[in-house]
Design a protein around this ligand. Structure first.
Ligand code: ATP
Ligand code: MG
Length: 315
């Protein structure tokens, strides 16, 4: 299937000379939810800005819906929705008018029924006559989402859509976003809440210092980089790791009372290993008093990648 978005060799050097994107290659499939994760300053907003025509690329190509973005900017932009990270909108406009107006900006006919549906789904209908400036931060963010949905985009960018939104509402918004995907919209979002990516994304891309360090299916990433870590506290100190346990990736702490296992691959091997280890300890007559076991989450993987503890693999 033809990708909905194809970015090749995208670079961006800002006026001051700072290079925010260093040759990004990224392919987005039609109908997926793609989460772009990266620390502050990694280049996420720059990347989104380049696709949405807000940032002029220094090099590379962007093809959207199979067409070159630069050559057909006007017609392509109308099929893209953007929820910007910064709240930049006319704060004096009432909610309903602002959202309805967004359709007109892209040359679409008014559709009050659709706008009502969007506002209701984002719990904004009761606030429709309020000026945007009178809303709370989380509500303002929802207005931005409503504006981006108003012109029925086929490709929707959400730059930190749930920053400053409370937990309950965040869950509602995840549902809205999933519903949009189910109706055929392709969604690219950035987030600092790894849980958000874990919950929603089909694929995850990790960007660090202007480079994509990894792109993969979320499940595959967790299988490939997921690990089990277990700390087994022994009743008595041990001098060495017993021979019968030498096939396991075990280390003995400096106080010789904690055996640490680090291994597995997210497929359940780690848990099975730990069970084997406890059996072997019992057989060897070694008593333990506690086991603290932990499966790595997407968050652990993300932190490891960003801090350069594990090597990334191609886009
Ligand atoms: N207009 C600009 N002029 C110069 N440098 C810029 C400009 N906009 C962004 N940068 C720099 O480019 C880098 C990437 O910024 P960007 O906003 O894309 O990061 P981000 O990944 O979105 O970060 P955050 O998670 O904080 O939103 C940063 O170092 C930033 O200072
Ligand atoms: Mg940003």
């Amino acid at each position: 299937m033809q990708p909905i978005l194809e970015i090749r060799g995208l670079t961006k050097t800002y006026k001051g000379g700072f290079t925010a994107l260093k040759g990004v290659d990224l392919t987005i499939r039609k109908g997926e939810i793609f989460a772009l994760l990266g620390p502050n300053g990694a280049g996420k907003t720059t990347l989104i800005g380049a696709v949405c025509g807000l940032v002029r690329p220094s090099g590379g190509t962007i093809r959207v819906f199979g067409e070159d973005m630069q050559a057909n900017w006007r017609s392509l932009r109308a099929r893209i929705g953007l929820v910007p990270q910064e709240l930049a909108t006319d704060m004096f406009e009432p909610v309903l008018r602002a959202v309805s107006h967004s359709r007109g900006l892209f040359g679409l006919r008014p559709d009050p029924g659709r706008i009502e549906g969007i506002l209701k789904s984002l719990s904004l209908w009761e606030k429709r006559d309020e000026q945007i400036r009178a809303l709370s931060g989380g509500m303002k963010r929802r207005v931005l989402i409503a504006k981006a949905m108003a012109h029925e985009p086929q490709l929707l960018f959400l730059d930190e859509p749930t920053a400053g939104v409370d937990v309950e509402l965040r869950r509602d918004m995840w549902k809205q976003i999933a519903d949009m995907r189910d109706r055929g919209t392709t969604v690219i979002l950035t987030t600092h809440y790894i849980e958000e990516a874990e919950e929603m994304a089909d694929r995850v891309g990790i960007i660090r210092q202007g480079e994509i360090v990894m792109v993969d299916e979320k499940e595959a990433m967790m299988r490939r980089l997921g690990r089990t870590e277990a700390h087994i506290t022994l009743r008595e100190p041990l001098l060495v790791v017993p021979e019968s346990l030498s096939r396991f990736p075990l280390t003995l702490g400096s106080e010789r009372t904690v055996l640490t296992y680090r291994g597995g691959d997210g497929s359940g091997q780690g848990k099975a290993d730990v069970a084997e280890i406890t059996k072997a300890l019992t057989l060897a007559g070694i008593d333990y008093i506690a086991i603290d076991q932990h499966e790595s989450s997407l968050e652990d993987i993300f932190v490891d990648l960003v801090e350069g503890r594990v090597a990334g693999a191609g886009a």
